[in-house]
Structure formats: structure tokens, C-alpha cells
Design a protein around this ligand. Structure first.
Ligand SMILES: [Zn+2]
Length: 89
């Protein structure tokens, strides 16, 4: 029982942290309409327009290119883009 409470508290804390981080971005850019309902930022980013096919917000997803996070992972593990490890590089 206490384990469930711990997990729930951890999840809520992570959600609150994510909301605060997105609120900071929205506040810096003067997006007052987002700051009126801050819990909306729990599910999407402040700068996301909401269109899943948008080429500005989701170009990696639409074109199938690796994201910045994936590129960093590939670079740090010296892998080619197909996922196999190449230790010679
Ligand atoms: Zn967009």
C-alpha cells in the first residue's frame, strides 16, 4: 500500500515539475492564454501548436528523422543510424 502511495506521489511530483518547466517557457514568451490553465501543460509542451502533422513542431516524427535525444544517444554510443554498434569510430 505504501509502495503505491510512493509511486503516486512520485508521479504527481514529476507532473508538477513538468508543468512548472513549461510555465517558465510560456511566461518568458508572454503566452498568457496558456498560463490561465496551467495544467494543460501536463500533457503537451508550451510551444507545441497542437497539430500532430505540423512540420515545425513535429518534423522529426513526420519525416522519420532521429530526434535530438536520439542523435545524442547515437553519438554517445558511437552507433550508426540503423542501431548497430560500430566501435571503430
Ligand atoms: Zn506546430
Amino acid at each position: 500500500m505504501s509502495d503505491d502511495r510512493t509511486k503516486r506521489a512520485s508521479r504527481r511530483s514529476r507532473t508538477d515539475t513538468a508543468i512548472e518547466r513549461q510555465k517558465r517557457i510560456a511566461k518568458a514568451l508572454g503566452m498568457s492564454h496558456v498560463l490561465d490553465q496551467p495544467h494543460r501543460l501536463a500533457k503537451h509542451h508550451a510551444l507545441d501548436c497542437g497539430n500532430p502533422q505540423c512540420l515545425v513542431c513535429h518534423s522529426e516524427k513526420v519525416f522519420g528523422n532521429p530526434t535530438l535525444q536520439e542523435r545524442k544517444f547515437i553519438e554517445s554510443h558511437k552507433m550508426d543510424n540503423f542501431g548497430s554498434c560500430n566501435p571503430d569510430q
